[in-house]
Ligand binder design. Structure first.
Ligand code: TPP
Length: 341
């Protein structure tokens, strides 16, 4: 009896948790849809990579969707975003056109970086999407640059910077946090701790396993978040963004997540650094399945709606591939554009 009462209470509590955050039913369904779009877009990207339609490196975000979707939902249109090389999901969550992203993956001129960047270099200045970057940790100081710019110009735009836990071992990460704290910059650092830097487990590469603790060296507000929970991501990032906007206070967040695929498309899913069983166990916390289940249970989403969403997303992704296929290669003389030296 006691157990039944407890269950009922926790279900009701859960079914209302987005209302406490001021999110409508339509908004939370959209968060679910965004995660599903990223998942299906990347599954299709993997297929196209297998057909050699996509060249170079290609790092999938599968498993980590809740981090980008929840965090980016907390931003305004005039805020800035920096990503690393696992950037397709962030670009989609920012509302960039799937066609332009797929065309970029294909190296086509219609891509969001004119086909010159590929998978790791999505860019859309009109959406404040200041790029994906391939050098581990290399973009972290750039994020403090836009944050500095906002403060200097008296604007209240906030910058959010995504990076992996391995980037927090780089010297430039520490230099940036030091200055961001000293100069009180409106920036939120979001470490996506998926537990591995390529094939090296976090426990083998860093002396401090709770990555968010690293910000204590700079007396910066810090916290870890369940990165498999899109609403938790939204809640905590919103608080940090509001704080940055109002009082120029930087924050360091560690989103605990897991990547379900290999480090990049050229790597095996498990490798020698983790077992198949571990990956399967982690998939039980799949952010899309778990959130979908919560919305179904709460009665605001029906299986029929999910099925329709799947069809719509399948069409959007197929159209993005057709667009990329049909698009031209960059012209040869474009190679000399945007080259300064
Ligand atoms: C400065 C630098 N060193 C090494 C590499 C090679 N490298 C590419 S990805 C990667 C792992 C980074 O892991 P993490 O930052 O945790 O991001 P994740 O891949 O887990 O998203 C490394 C070492 C690089 N790109 N840049």
């Amino acid at each position: 009896m006691a157990t039944a009462t407890l269950k009922k209470e926790s279900k009701e509590e859960k079914s209302h948790r987005w209302k406490e955050l001021g999110l409508s039913n339509a908004k939370v369904i959209d968060l679910y849809r965004q995660m599903l779009l990223i998942r299906r877009f990347e599954e299709r990207s993997a297929q196209e990579y297998g057909k050699s339609k996509i060249g170079g490196f290609c790092h999938l975000y599968i498993g980590q969707e809740a981090v980008g979707v929840g965090a980016i939902a907390a931003l305004r249109d005039d805020d800035y975003i920096f990503s690393a090389y696992r950037d397709h999901g962030h670009a989609l969550a920012r509302g960039m056109d799937p066609k332009g992203i797929m065309a970029e993956l294909f190296g086509k001129f219609t891509g969001c970086s004119k086909g010159m960047g590929g998978s790791m270099h999505m860019f859309d200045a009109s959406r404040g999407f200041m790029g994906g970057y391939g050098i581990v940790g290399g973009h972290v100081p750039l994020a403090s640059g836009t944050a500095f710019g906002s403060k200097y110009l008296g604007k209240d735009s906030v910058t959010v910077c995504f990076f992996g836990e391995a980037a927090a071992n780089q010297g430039v990460f520490h230099e940036t946090l030091n200055l961001a704290a000293l100069w009180k910059l409106p920036v939120v650092f979001i470490c996506e701790n998926n537990r591995f830097g390529m094939g090296t487990a976090v426990e083998r590469s860093t002396a401090v396993w709770d990555i968010y603790h690293k910000a204590s060296a700079y007396d910066m507000t810090r916290q870890w978040i369940d990165g498999m929970d899109v609403l938790e991501m939204y809640r905590v990032v919103k608080q940090a963004v509001d704080r940055a906007r109002k009082s120029n206070e930087p924050t360091m967040l560690e989103a605990r997540t897991y990547r379900f695929r290999g480090h990049s498309m050229s790597d095996p899913i498990h490798g020698h650094y983790r077992t198949k069983e571990e990956v399967e166990e982690q998939k039980r916390s799949d952010p899309i399945l778990v959130f979908g289940h919560e919305l179904l249970e709460a009665g605001i989403l029906a299986q029929k709606t999910i099925d329709e969403m799947e069809l719509e997303i399948k069409r959007i992704v197929a159209e993005s591939v057709e667009f990329a296929e049909r698009s031209p290669e960059p012209p040869a003389d474009f190679l000399y554009e945007n080259v300064y030296v």
